[in-house]
Design a protein around this ligand. Structure first.
Ligand code: ATP
Length: 585
């Protein structure tokens, strides 16, 4: 596949412009400061010549004072303009990257489940951190150095010609000689840069996955194995980086050698002119000064050019992500659900393949109708497609054919946010954020007040264990709820769903065994939650199955039987088999 980032290198940085434009005040202030500091830099050699040729030559005390005053004034302008330039451009860098990060984060949140299945979260975090960091230094310093160097190089060349056209002509021969290795080396660098960033992202992704599952790692005593994997990933990253650093070093050495080689040669010519009396010493000093400033700036350009290419590769990856179009969006003029939502659910001949497994149908001509307020238990072997029913109802994916309807409205015609507002999901493994118990529960309805939260906690049978926590509802729960038992985590999720108070409830019953007391508390909490809502529950427990109005047995993405527990047992078949294996404790 052609790689647009490698093809259009530094040009990818154009993607930054919309973010820079939002801070046009800072941008203009920076340009003004840049103009002042560059003018002062270029005036310095001329002021030095005045000091040498007029200050010393005329012999008058007043002339000396004037010449030194002029020199100091130029230096003063240079000092303040440089400080201002640094301040404005650094601040611009911070603001631009903060905006870029916010946009990228917001965009990533809007992308569909298919995208997030394809991309590792650690790698996305790396885009948000490492690549964005690269761009911060690009805007905050590299681009500034680049523009300043370009201005200084052009200014120095003009001033070299003003000072001595003949010497300048000689100096100019050196310039194409310096540009060539930079261009050739740069091309190679670009490829290595991207590879280098990718390897760092690999290592980051590996670390975040492992640290995220640190208990599994420790339970298997796989710390040495994981250390080894991470070291290997780091070694690969360092090796790739070494290639980039080596190439960059060579480009810099070649560029500086050529630039200063040319300067030395020209100086040698000039020295002969001064000795022969064809040129004043002050003029040669001015010339040397300009040549050093110009040469130094070309060297700086060679360095920042490489850095800009690294940043361009980063921007290229960020742009790719920003251009990713969400597969699940709201239609132009979305339909609305009746208020209040009745909660009738219909799957009509739904066939669906996960994008990652196009050859395998997760659901095939799947039909299901759930009446408002009804509780339907989904039962079936692993991989039957039960969770897929939830994913399609939440519109994480759209079916390949057939329709999913809520209250007789095709959910594709709804704004996904409105649809999801009508559904509460209690997953098998609830997500507990690393905040307080209160904030975790409030996630169900951010505007809920203290009394509503207390009621939800009470109805979720969570009061006892929450009150026993050191700071009650304000206790921090630790990453992924590390401080709570499985049953407690479930009750937090139930409280969250109670608070959300949505008309439709999707419940993925936990398979993990709870102790009898926890189990009873969770069951009671669930009963409170299911009251008066349309509920689909992926059932693993006999108690749940018995309480359902109807049981739907699924296999290979289809409904194979439905009825009550007794009816299904009497029929024999898959349900009877599953019941024997699962429920007969
Ligand atoms: N994100 C995904 N990408 C690709 N294939 C998937 C994805 N999620 C599920 N599948 C596949 O789709 C099929 C149905 O999976 P689903 O998770 O709906 O089954 P399930 O009945 O809920 O199973 P379990 O009880 O084990 O959770 C399975 O074959 C599974 O491998």
């Amino acid at each position: 596949m052609p790689d647009p980032v490698i093809k259009a290198p530094v040009g990818s940085l154009r993607g930054l412009w919309p973010f820079v434009r939002r801070h046009s005040g800072l941008f203009v202030a920076w340009l003004v400061a840049l103009a002042c500091s560059s003018a002062a830099t270029l005036a310095l050699p001329a002021a030095s010549r005045v000091m040498i040729d007029q200050g010393f030559a005329s012999g008058g005390g007043a002339a000396i004072d004037r010449a030194f005053l002029l020199l100091f004034s130029v230096a003063l302008v240079l000092a303040f303009a440089t400080a201002a330039r640094f301040f404005f451009v650094s601040l611009l860098g911070e603001r631009v990257v903060a905006d870029l990060r916010a946009s990228l984060y917001s965009h990533l949140l809007s992308l569909d489940a298919g995208f997030h299945d394809r991309n590792r979260s650690g790698e996305l975090v790396s885009r948000l951190t490492a690549d964005a960091e690269l761009l911060r230094s690009t805007v905050g310093s590299t681009m500034s150095v680049a523009l300043r160097s370009v201005v200084t190089v052009i200014g120095s060349i003009v001033m070299l010609f003003v000072t001595s056209p003949l010497l300048a002509a000689w100096a100019l021969i050196g310039i194409p000689l310096t540009v060539l290795p930079i261009v050739v080396g740069g091309r190679r660098l670009r490829k290595i840069s991207r590879a280098s960033q990718d390897r760092i992202a690999d290592a980051n992704a590996l670390a975040s996955e492992t640290l995220g599952a640190v208990r599994t790692v420790q339970a298997h005593a796989r710390e040495p194995y994981e250390r080894g994997r991470f070291s290997t990933a780091l070694k690969t990253a360092v090796n790739t980086a070494r290639k980039r650093i080596g190439a960059q070093a060579i480009v810099t050495a070649v560029a500086i050698t050529l630039v200063f080689g040319a300067i030395t040669f020209v100086l040698w010519l000039g020295a002969h002119d001064v000795v022969a009396g064809r040129m004043k010493a002050g003029v040669l000093l001015q010339f040397v000064f300009y040549a050093v400033i110009g040469g130094g700036s070309i060297g700086a350009l060679a360095e920042v050019w490489n850095e800009m290419q690294r940043a361009a590769a980063g921007m290229g990856r960020i742009s790719e992500l920003l251009q990713e179009i969400p597969a699940i969006t709201a239609p132009q003029s979305p339909n609305i659900l009746p208020s209040p939502v009745h909660g009738e659910l219909t799957f009509d001949h739904v066939t669906f393949h996960y994008p990652q497994r196009p050859e395998h149908a997760a659901l095939t001509a799947f039909n299901l109708r759930v009446r408002p307020g009804e509780t339907v238990a989904l039962v079936g072997p692993s991989g039957a497609g039960k969770s897929t029913v939830f994913s399609l109802l939440l519109r994480f994916h759209d079916p390949d054919s057939g329709t999913v309807r809520v209250d007789d409205t095709d959910i594709r015609t709804l704004d996904p946010a409105v649809l999801r507002e009508a559904i509460a999901l209690v997953p098998q493994q609830p997500t507990i954020f690393a905040t307080s118990a209160r904030d975790n529960i409030r996630y169900g309805r951010l505007e809920a007040d203290a009394a509503q939260i207390d009621t939800a906690v009470h109805n979720a049978h969570a009061s006892d264990f929450i009150n026993a926590l050191p700071e009650g509802l304000d206790t921090e729960l630790g990453e992924r709820g590390a401080r709570l038992s499985g049953g407690q985590q479930q009750r937090i999720a139930i409280a969250r769903a109670l608070l959300k108070d949505a008309p439709i409830l999707l419940l993925d019953e936990a398979t993990s065994a709870l102790d009898a007391q926890s189990e009873r508390a969770v069951q009671q909490a669930l009963e409170a939650l299911m009251q008066g809502r349309t509920t689909i529950v992926i059932a693993h427990r006999l108690a749940t199955v018995l309480k359902a109005d109807r049981i739907v047995v699924m296999d290979h993405g289809r409904v194979v039987a439905e009825g009550t527990h007794e009816q299904l047992l009497a029929q024999g078949g898959l349900y009877a088999e599953l019941a024997k294996l699962q429920f007969l404790d």
